[in-house]
Design a binder for this molecule. Structure first.
Ligand code: G4P
Length: 555
């Protein structure tokens, strides 16, 4: 080997080493999470404050302000404009300290939909946000169940401590008893509401004194050691005594702090604070980064794949159509699972076996997009989707692999979808099939009417409206929704043979899903429980397992 080639090869070797190191560092600094909460618990407020610390926004209020502005100026989805709400869930990426944080925003409020659940399939950690006065609420419970399926670590933030709330000990009891999740309070509140004085950090024994930060400002938290005489001037003795007694109780009776249990999703660190007044947000973020897990290995048909695997792979967890009506575009959101993603990369599409060049990858910040050059495990990228991607699809380079898909989640709203105009049937069929493939809504079929009028099954009312709106605007078909009075759907473990053994079932409608599996529809939980009491051997499931390798029924 000549001198020049020697030099070149050692230069190449050192470049490879550098890029490998860069890759390892980039994965090590990734943290991602989604916030699970019930409307009004303060998710927008907390998000805003977290972004403020990350320097991603200059002024708190910007997240909301953008929402407000959207109502007036956005034209990217007519329906969104009409309703003045945001239908897309967004991904917010920001740097803080040594970390790159991806916050997966789960749609809530009226725009609650199956996407909310699917977003959790892409998350490695979840922040469970509770209102101190309300404790656990229905939407939080539902979202928690989805986290539990993958044992995602849960970090609990009990918000609105500046308002009168429930006793902190009962809030912990509720989490333990109802969710079966052990708790470990990282800090403990002194008083609440009007008498909220601050929190005691259980690890450092420091007291942070509650001060209201000005809107949009980072809080300058004042800290004192427990034995600092100045504390007496700031905190009434009886409030401090009560907090210390409660802490003692927790030390004696509660669980200890255990990082492995946190990562196994069995123990939740609990923080008390007030997002609105920016109290406790920065310590929460710091502790979260210390305790949260980095990008985790994901399950494929060949077992779990390490995120440090050098070949790129990822899966589609959400599709969004018409973000920009001028282009009639569709975006597929991909969770990067292994390797480094690069712009213009050529990847394989596991379901179809095709190869695709990923030429216009985007990072999304709310409605704004920027082209990305590279992305790492834990990141989310948006890809233009010319109708080729479906929820759960795997993209990869190197050896073929396929990630475990995303299950169907129990719908709660059901409606016949009628096509009053037979001459439009072709478009009707195309629209329904494509929207189902995209995961906009689940489609169920009556057993006697298979391949005739479909039943739309959704998690949120808005999903139905979006389907109807898109059928009209994108496929030119007007449809009629005929609501059905069911609220609960369950899949039958063991399928049709098991159901046949059960015999006649009352107060329940039996339909089938796109994979021809039986689905039982009930008017209410009471009817469901009645059936289970009558047939104790019958096992029903609220989540349908993923079917792979079988094409679903089309209309
Ligand atoms: P969400 O996204 O979970 O639905 O909740 P959001 O952040 O919009 O908060 C819901 C309401 O709760 C807001 O009041 C918000 O200001 C308030 N809030 C959030 N965190 C705290 C807190 O720590 N303490 C108190 N006291 N209130 C809090 P709003 O009146 O609906 O809106 P706005 O007038 O404040 O904009």
């Amino acid at each position: 080997m000549g001198n020049d080639s020697l030099k070149k090869s050692s230069q190449n070797a050192s470049e490879n080493e550098d890029s490998n190191q860069l890759f390892l560092n980039s994965v090590a600094r990734r943290r991602n999470f989604a916030i699970i909460s019930h409307p009004d618990a303060g998710k927008t407020t907390l998000t805003e404050k977290l972004l403020l610390y990350g320097g991603a926004i200059q002024q708190a209020g910007a997240v909301k302000a953008r929402g407000e502005q959207r109502k007036v100026t956005s034209d990217w989805m007519e329906l969104e404009k009409q309703r003045g709400i945001s239908i897309t869930s967004t991904v917010l990426q920001f740097d803080y300290q040594d970390f790159t944080i991806n916050l997966l925003d789960t749609p809530g409020h009226q725009d609650f939909s199956e996407d909310t659940y699917r977003t959790l399939a892409a998350a490695d950690n979840a922040v469970m946000l509770e209102d101190a006065a309300k404790g656990l609420e229905p939407q939080t419970r539902k979202l928690f169940e989805v986290c539990r399926m993958r044992n995602i670590p849960i970090f609990t933030f009990i918000n609105k401590m500046d308002r009168p709330g429930q006793e902190p000990l009962s809030l912990l009891d509720e989490i333990e008893a109802e969710l079966g999740l052990m708790t470990w309070a990282v800090n403990w509140p002194i008083g609440s509401g009007e008498y909220f004085r601050g929190v005691i950090d259980r690890r450092t024994k420091e007291v942070s004194i509650f001060t209201k930060a000005d809107r949009g400002k980072e809080a300058a938290e004042k800290c004192f050691l427990l034995n600092d005489p100045r504390l007496k001037e700031l905190v009434e003795n009886e409030l401090l005594e009560k907090a210390l007694e409660e802490l003692e109780l927790l030390d004696e009776a509660g669980s200890g702090m255990d990082q492995d249990l946190i990562h196994a999703g069995e123990l939740t660190p609990v923080f008390f604070g007030s997002a609105m007044t920016n109290f406790g947000v920065s310590p929460f973020l710091n502790a979260f980064l210390e305790m949260a897990q980095g990008p985790v290995g994901r399950l494929t048909e060949k077992g779990t794949v390490d995120p440090l695997e050098p070949n790129f792979s990822g899966f589609v967890f959400k599709l969004q159509a018409n973000m920009d009506p001028r282009h009639r575009d569709r975006v597929a959101f991909i969770r990067v699972c292994t390797g480094r993603f690069e712009k213009d990369m050529i990847v394989s599409h596991a379901r179809t076996g095709k190869t695709i060049r990923l030429s216009r990858p985007q990072k999304l910040f709310g409605k704004d997009r920027a082209v990305v050059d590279d992305a790492y495990p834990g990141d989310i990228i948006g890809l233009n989707n010319p109708g080729m991607f479906a929820i759960g699809d795997t993209l990869y380079t190197g050896n073929r692999l396929e990630y475990e898909g995303i299950p169907c989640f129990s719908p709660e709203i059901f409606s016949w979808l009628r096509n009053p105009n037979p001459s439009a049937f072709k478009n009707f069929r195309k629209g329904v099939n494509e929207l189902r493939e995209e995961g906009a809504v689940q489609i169920l079929y009556d057993r006697d009417q298979a391949k005739r009028d479909p039943i739309l099954a959704a998690v949120g009312q808005l999903q139905l409206e979006v389907v109807q709106h898109r059928l009209e605007n994108e496929y030119g078909v007007q449809t009629i929704l005929e609501p059905m009075s069911f609220q609960v759907a369950r899949w039958v473990d063991g399928g049709w043979p098991v159901l046949e053994q059960v015999g006649r079932i009352f107060n329940c409608k039996i339909v089938q899903d796109a994979w021809l599996r039986p689905v039982l529809l009930f008017k209410n939980e009471w009817n469901l429980n009645q059936l289970l009491e009558d047939h104790p051997k019958l096992h029903l499931s609220a989540v349908a397992p993923v079917v792979s390798g079988v094409e679903p029924l089309s209309l």
